[in-house]
Design a protein around this ligand. Structure first.
Ligand SMILES: [Fe+2]
Length: 198
């Protein structure tokens, strides 16, 4: 099992000025995001499509940043489609990504990132049409992520602040897998991300 968390991004960002932090983050995503997320899109394309959906829906800067960075855990774990174990082993990319970003971004950004996997479980529990619309890969990973929620789990989920942002993010996440879709690049989000860095 691959449990290696790449420390280089956090190390470089820690020692950087505000503007450099964004440079370092975007360079990292550009370079490490070229591996395939699924059959259709790369990790970077997936992040850009998700952020574009947030922007088109007039989301707040924090939610746009969450959308852009929600799968950073896959990148720092080097989890991708070419790795045979990718969909059969759960490395908790949502928790690892959220923890990794906590020194740099506020809770309003890291919580939706942390919750975007439980959000799928929540939506599968509360919205019968939601499950049918999931990609095959996402259906396959649901079981591994805990399956549908019990009433108790659902009620506990609703007590967490920013849970509604996590549900919104999750729906964009599921839509952000369109092969060949043209999106704006990372630079479009420079100001938004920079204003969110703490
Ligand atoms: Fe995602």
């Amino acid at each position: 099992m691959n449990n290696y968390i790449d420390p280089s991004l956090a190390r470089k960002m820690s020692a950087a000025t505000l503007q450099q932090k964004v440079d370092i983050l975007f360079t990292y995503m550009e370079k490490r995001g070229q591996s395939f997320y699924d059959e259709a899109v790369t990790q970077l394309e997936h992040a850009l499509q998700c952020a574009a959906l947030a922007k088109q829906n007039d989301a707040s800067p924090t939610l746009i940043t969450s959308a852009l960075l929600h799968d950073i855990g896959h990148i720092i774990l080097d989890e991708h489609n070419a790795d045979v174990a990718f969909l059969d082993t759960d490395l908790n990319h949502e928790e690892i990504g959220a923890q990794y970003l906590e020194p740099f971004f506020p809770e309003s950004i890291t919580t939706p990132i942390r919750l975007h996997v439980p959000a799928k479980r929540y939506l599968c529990t509360t919205d019968s049409s939601y499950y049918d619309g999931l990609s095959e890969a996402s259906k396959r990973s649901l079981k591994l992520q805990g399956g549908v929620m019990s009433d108790k789990e659902r009620e506990a989920f609703e007590q967490i602040s920013h849970y509604l942002d996590a549900l919104t993010l999750r729906r964009w996440d599921d839509m952000a897998k369109v092969k060949g879709l043209e999106t704006v690049g990372l630079e479009t989000y420079r100001d938004v991300v920079q204003q969110c860095i703490k």
